[in-house]
Design a protein around this ligand. Structure first.
Ligand code: ASP
Length: 340
């Protein structure tokens, strides 16, 4: 299916994105948008869900796009760009979470339900809008994941500005950490069952169903603070940091990616929803799969099904208020997340 799609694109000089949007537009051209009853095929769009305290702001950026009949992929990218470019946000985008040599690097992924297509970047350096670079990987190449300085080279070739990802906050954090003489917690050998407390980290993740029933998910983070240079977390790994299936829904993971990525918990969550579990039940079972192997960690999973139902659970984070936010036709909510 993908081969056929790529062939069609290359034969006509179209990109994957032109093909996807063109197909959507062609299908819609036959039916005026106003004549499309919302949720005609049982979907619950438009709806958008975002992790953490970024939620209300990110959803407010996504919502006008969805409300006007725009594509979920545009809403997800815009919501995540909004968080990536916040000047004081330490755990997403530039100016935060330096690695052990003082550099901020970014991981991001976008997954588009209608074609089950993915673009990701890992350990992206010196380029701010990681989710947009990930989207270029999806739209302009046959690849799924590009990493490191080569991801930077790719981004620059796509027209992105190369610039420092450090600011005063990230520099100060790194200098203070170095002054304490600490080594990265990442050097501690894995001890299953013992509580892991990696330095601070968060991921902004947004998922949406649009008025046409298209599902999209994306996520972006600067990863774990004081990580070893070259570390790539769970966020750009399909089925780990995020996953969607147009027939089912989407899920996003946040937390200790070094552990969580070993279990592909967002793939697991979506597959359980496919089998009939509610979003919360599915997220709980995916978290329990990890704790069932003896891992003690901090993390959470947020899920949204195609019908617009949502739910989330967390593990650990005893002193951390993990929340997610929803915006749909009935209003906006920010919801605290319960323990699994
Ligand atoms: N999962 C991210 C990582 O490990 C960080 C987070 O979401 O807290 O890179």
């Amino acid at each position: 299916m993908m081969k056929k799609q790529v062939d069609i694109c290359s034969a006509s000089g179209m990109s994957r994105r032109d093909f996807v949007v063109g197909t959507t537009a062609a299908a819609l051209a036959a039916v005026p948008l106003s004549a499309l009853p919302q949720g005609a095929d049982g979907h619950g769009g438009p709806v958008v869900v975002t992790t953490w305290d970024f939620g209300p702001g990110a959803n407010a950026v996504a919502w006008p796009i969805l409300q006007k009949g725009g594509l979920a992929i545009d809403a997800v990218e815009a919501a995540i760009n909004h968080v990536e470019l916040l000047p004081d946000e330490f755990y997403v985008g530039f100016g935060g979470s330096p690695n052990s040599i003082g550099e901020t690097t970014l991981d991001a992924m976008i997954m588009w339900g209608p074609t089950h297509d993915v673009g990701s970047v890992g350990c992206l350096k010196r380029v701010k809008r990681a989710i947009s670079v990930a989207r270029k990987v999806m739209e302009k190449t046959q690849h799924t994941l590009i990493v490191g300085d080569d991801a930077t080279r790719f981004a620059v070739a796509m027209g992105f500005e190369e610039t420092s990802l450090s600011n005063l906050a990230s520099q100060k954090a790194w200098e203070e950490w170095i002054a304490k003489g600490e080594k990265s917690t990442a050097w501690d050998p894995e001890r299953i069952g013992e509580g892991r407390k990696p330095e601070g980290h968060d991921t902004t993740g947004t998922m949406a169903v649009d008025t046409h029933g298209n599902v999209c998910v994306g996520c972006s983070t600067n990863g774990r603070s004081y990580k070893l240079p070259g570390r790539v977390g769970d966020s750009p790994i399909t089925g780990a940091g995020a996953y969607c299936d147009n027939e089912v829904g989407a899920a996003i993971a946040t937390g200790d990616g070094d552990v969580m990525m070993r279990f592909l918990p967002t793939y697991h969550t979506v597959e359980l929803m496919r089998a009939g579990a509610s979003p919360e039940e599915a997220a709980r079972a995916a978290i329990k799969r990890i704790t069932g192997k003896g891992y003690s960690f901090d993390g959470g999973i947020v899920a949204l099904n195609r019908k617009g139902e949502h739910g989330a659970v967390k593990q650990g984070w005893e002193d951390t208020a993990f929340s997610y936010s929803v915006k749909n036709g009935s209003g906006a909510e920010k919801l605290p997340v319960k323990k699994a």
